[in-house]
Each structure stands twice: as structure tokens, then as C-alpha cells.
Design a protein around this ligand. Structure first.
Ligand code: HPA
Length: 275
């Protein structure tokens, strides 16, 4: 069969069958590592690593700081699938490709997903290096992963979005952060298409519509995971201040640098949440 004749669901099946043929055990937890947050990988006891290029129908990553592998491993005694690198809309992928790995994780038996990212802080109470627990999302992408044919076997045509992030996970994360004495901000994450960063007027607008942080990922993944009934926890590392009055120029290198530095706190928190 030619590649372009394979249906989306057959592609998901082919990718998950390939992975299951090569591993044993059933991981119910998935983790997505955002820009500069690869340090969590150092804590994972790797059982098997699959470069994205080797997984049938997986897109391949193009961004610096994203190595691109799906890892089956053990973290805090729990079997996990860890996506080291993700697919961004700004790289040119269709939304169906951006969330393809989430569909595959579901097909592999993942029931809980921890999503991490680097984000700009819009809330003036946030400091660079803070962690923010995402309580809700705003989709500002010009598309969303559920547009088009609905695969009823994956989820409903019109999924409810009143609780896209699991309240149970939010409570747990809050409790663990408190125990660890880690400052854990809370707020709304706005997902924008990128790759350009925000103008001053856009920063004002984002704050006005109720966002506390802004980034170029996560929202499609949250929508797709929630559509399939996966419980999602999402945490941002605030890598820069996108606050109207203190708007400063910054680069992607600054983002990766701060994410690297704050990554330790995030690793600690995720480990204790899994405990
Ligand atoms: N805007 C969009 N994406 C980002 C930012 C930002 O300020 N910081 C990190 N990712």
C-alpha cells in the first residue's frame, strides 16, 4: 500500500503495533518534555528508546533543543512513555500530525498525560523561572486537531471542554508543590501558532482575554488527549516576562536557558507527583 493511501487510524495502529512489538509492559503514563526540559530524561531509567524517524508514520522534529525520541522507561518506579521533543504547528505540521503521538500513546494504553512547556509569563505576579500549573487553555491556533472526520472510536464529535485539565491532577500537583516548598503559580495558557513572538499589542490583548501565560504548543495536545478521555496535567516553565509594562526583547536561546535552569524544580515536582 502506498503511504498516502493509509488512513489516519491505520497509521496510529501501525505506529503503536511497531512499538508494542518491541517492548514489554503496559505504561499508563505519558510525559511530553518541552523546550529545554530534557533534563528529566536524565532521571528516567531507559528501557528502550525509539528515535521518531524509526517509528512508522511519526513526523520528525526540526527545532533546536528537541532531540526527538519516544522513550519507554521507569521514573519513580512507574513505567512511562516519554516524548523527548514534540511537534509544533509552527514547523509546518498539520494539526493531525502535531497530535499524532498523543493518538499513538492512547493506543498504547496511556491514561494519564503530563505535558510540559516553556511559556512567556503574562501575569505580572509571575517571575522568570516560576512553574505554572495550567488550569485552563485558550486555543488561538487557526485550527484544532478535531476538525474534520471524527474517529468515534477515539472520542466524541463534540467533546466537552469544561475540564480539559484533570482537577484530580491539579489538586495533587498543588499538594506536592506545597510539600516540596516549590512556588507553583496557577493560570490559563494561551496557545498561539508562532513562530513569531508577541508584539506589545498582542501581549496586552492576551492578558485582556484572560491568559496568564503564552506559548506555541500544548493546547492541541491537551485537546486531543482530553478528546480520548486521557487525564491531563500540564505545567509551564515561565521563561520570560511578556508583560506590557516591562516588555523586553528575548530570544529562543534565553527561553531554553531559563527552561534548563528551572527544569530541576519541575523534575522534582513531577517525581513527587508520580510517587
Ligand atoms: N511567547 C510564545 N511562546 C513562548 C514564549 C513567549 O513569550 N516564551 C516561551 N515560549
Amino acid at each position: 500500500m502506498q503511504k498516502n493511501q493509509v488512513s489516519y487510524t491505520d497509521k496510529i495502529r501501525a505506529a503503536s503495533e511497531f512499538l508494542l512489538q518491541n517492548v514489554e509492559g503496559n505504561a499508563e503514563i505519558g510525559i511530553i518534555l518541552g523546550s529545554g526540559l530534557g533534563r528529566l530524561m536524565g532521571e528516567v531509567e531507559v528501557i528502550k528508546s525509539f528515535p521518531y524517524a524509526e517509528i512508522p508514520f511519526f513526523p520528525t522534529t526540526t527545532v533546536e533543543g528537541h532531540s526527538g525520541e519516544l522513550v519507554l522507561g521507569i521514573l519513580q518506579g512507574k513505567l512511562i512513555w516519554c516524548m523527548n521533543g514534540r511537534f509544533h504547528y509552527y514547523e509546518g505540521y498539520a494539526m493531525s500530525e502535531v497530535v499524532f503521538p498523543i493518538r499513538v500513546l492512547y493506543s498504547l494504553g496511556v491514561k494519564n498525560l503530563i505535558v510540559t512547556n516553556a511559556a512567556g509569563g503574562l501575569n505580572p505576579d509571575f517571575q522568570v523561572g516560576d512553574l505554572m500549573l495550567i488550569e485552563d487553555v485558550i486555543n488561538l491556533f487557526p485550527d484544532n486537531p478535531l476538525r474534520g472526520v471524527n474517529y468515534d472510536q477515539l472520542g466524541p464529535r463534540f467533546p466537552d471542554m469544561s475540564e480539559p485539565l484533570s482537577e484530580e491532577w491539579v489538586r495533587r500537583a498543588n499538594q506536592e508543590a506545597y510539600n516540596l516548598k516549590i512556588v507553583l503559580q496557577k493560570g490559563v495558557y494561551a496557545g498561539v501558532p508562532g513562530p513569531k513572538l508577541e508584539s506589545k499589542a498582542e501581549v496586552k490583548y492576551l492578558r485582556f482575554i484572560g491568559a496568564d501565560a503564552v506559548g506555541m504548543s500544548t493546547v492541541p495536545e491537551v485537546i486531543a488527549a482530553h478528546h480520548m478521555g486521557i487525564k491531563v496535567l500540564a505545567i509551564s516553565v515561565i521563561t520570560n516576562e511578556s508583560i506590557p509594562k516591562v516588555y523586553k526583547e528575548f530570544t529562543h536561546d534565553d527561553v531554553v536557558d531559563v527552561a534548563n535552569k528551572a527544569g530541576g524544580k519541575l523534575v522534582k515536582l513531577i517525581k513527587s507527583i508520580l510517587n
